[in-house]
Design a protein around this ligand. Structure first.
Ligand code: AMP
Length: 415
């Protein structure tokens, strides 16, 4: 029997974990500066929550959900995204009764049965923010600039914001009619997915990345000419606030995203260094989701970014980080181990990070201490035991001094 990882999943090994911590820490700090609070929801939810919110005809719901019956015959689904669960929670806890306006963030694993490739996994991790409670274009601009600010703080290079507006339900039917008119007789030349969407969801045709369809769609007039006045004004305001904040963007009239709940603003933050899966962050406005899941009419906007993709970019920038060991305790001779083991415990309780060496030889012990990035090595052999001292070697300067065992704790408390 050969056990290995399920396809599309990965282990995050200790060498890489430092990057994950850094991304989480910087995100948490920045979100709290922007007044977002963390929310944690279950990994699985009722299947209905996702089919209703993301849309029955989307790739996620049709093809990618990990859905199962539990022992009580309930249909449950491993969450493919974070927005619907948060909206469910917002409604279920009547958060709007206390304060309609809620700024929430989440961090955690998501699950989609996609074809794995570089930067695309079946279990992946997202960090996301949701601002529920306002339709103001200020809020769209705040969310987008928060994304840009976050990636700046992380030091991710070569990023680009793509933005579009998919309109509201009122102008959606006009937009869809125009798309159908534009495609007209060429429908037979488009792929099977596009042909199906032509009937059920014409807007999603714009999302098709297949080169043949792309060629037919590239000359399509900008949908914004079909927008109602409110949607136009809203989009113009978002763009002007972004300008005012100094956030650079490209308008991409075909950016519609793969989830049905979006209204008005949609955006992505792309990296020129990520290859085919170049979107690091995606989001937009969803003004009717709260209501469609049974809550009051409350508009909202948010984004999610993929941690695996952020780690890929960060890893290219810096070498693996090691926590480094402050003190490597190296006993020479079996009889000396117990003493250093007890000293190590006292040092750790005093807040010093340390490790005990089992090499039993000075040369190999020092080599290992070096690999671990140790600042000091405490050497304790037979001679030192007789004199009740230790040798402390500073690995930076190479200097060595002897210390009475009783003075070791004080010494490391003061370096
Ligand atoms: P979405 O939830 O589809 O709007 O995606 C938001 C972000 O999550 C994307 O820009 C990616 O960075 C990340 N993401 C989405 N799907 C995957 C996946 N299968 N594997 C890795 N990252 C993903």
């Amino acid at each position: 029997m050969n056990y290995s990882l399920p396809r599309g999943t990965k282990d995050i090994l200790p060498d890489e974990v430092a990057f994950w911590h850094e991304i989480e820490q910087i995100s948490r700090d920045l979100f709290s500066r922007y007044q977002f609070s963390e929310i944690r929801t279950p990994i699985f939810e009722t299947t209905e929550l996702f089919s209703r919110s993301i849309g029955d005809l989307t790739d996620i719901v049709e093809k990618e959900m990990y859905t199962f019956l539990d022992k009580g015959d309930r249909s449950l689904t491993l969450r493919p995204e974070g927005t619907a669960p948060i909206v469910r929670s917002y409604i279920q806890h009547g958060m709007f009764n206390r304060q309609r306006d809620q700024k929430l963030y989440y961090i955690g694993p998501m699950f989609r049965y996609e074809r794995p490739q570089a930067g695309r996994f079946r279990q992946f991790h997202q960090i996301g923010v949701e601002h529920i409670g306002t339709s103001s274009p200020l809020s769209d601009a705040e969310i987008i600039s928060l994304g840009v600010h976050l990636f700046d703080e992380l030091g991710l290079p070569d990023l680009m914001v793509s933005i579009n507006s998919v309109g509201c339900p009122t102008c959606r039917s006009v937009i869809e009619e125009r798309i159908k008119q534009f495609i007209g007789d060429n429908l037979k030349n488009l792929c099977g997915d596009c042909q199906r969407r032509f009937v059920e969801q014409p807007l999603r045709i714009l999302d098709c990345k297949k080169p043949n369809c792309d060629a037919y769609l590239s000359g399509m007039p900008d949908n914004r000419s079909s927008h109602c006045q409110e949607c136009r004004d809203h989009f113009e305001s978002v763009l002007s606030y972004l300008d005012a904040l100094g956030v650079e963007f490209n308008i991409d009239p075909r950016l519609v995203r793969g989830l049905d709940y979006y209204t008005r603003t949609t955006f992505e933050i792309l990296s020129k260094q990520l290859g085919a899966q170049n979107a690091i962050c995606g989001g937009g406005r969803y003004d009717h989701l709260v209501q469609s899941l049974g809550g009051p009419e409350v508009p909202a906007v948010g984004f999610a970014f993929g941690m695996e993709r952020a780690v890929m970019l960060l890893k290219d920038l810096v070498d693996t980080k090691s926590n480094g060991v402050m003190v490597y305790l190296l006993p020479i001779g079996m009889a000396q181990r117990g003493k250093l083991f007890i000293l190590m415990d006292a040092l750790r309780r005093a807040g010093v990070s340390c490790e005990l060496g089992f090499e039993d030889k000075l040369k190999t012990g020092l080599k290992r201490a070096n690999q671990l990035g140790s600042r000091f090595v405490v050497i304790y052999g037979e001679d030192e035991a007789e004199q009740n001292i230790v040798l402390v070697k500073d690995m930076g300067s190479g200097e060595q001094q002897s210390l009475a065992i009783e003075g070791v704790l004080d010494f490391f408390n003061n370096v």
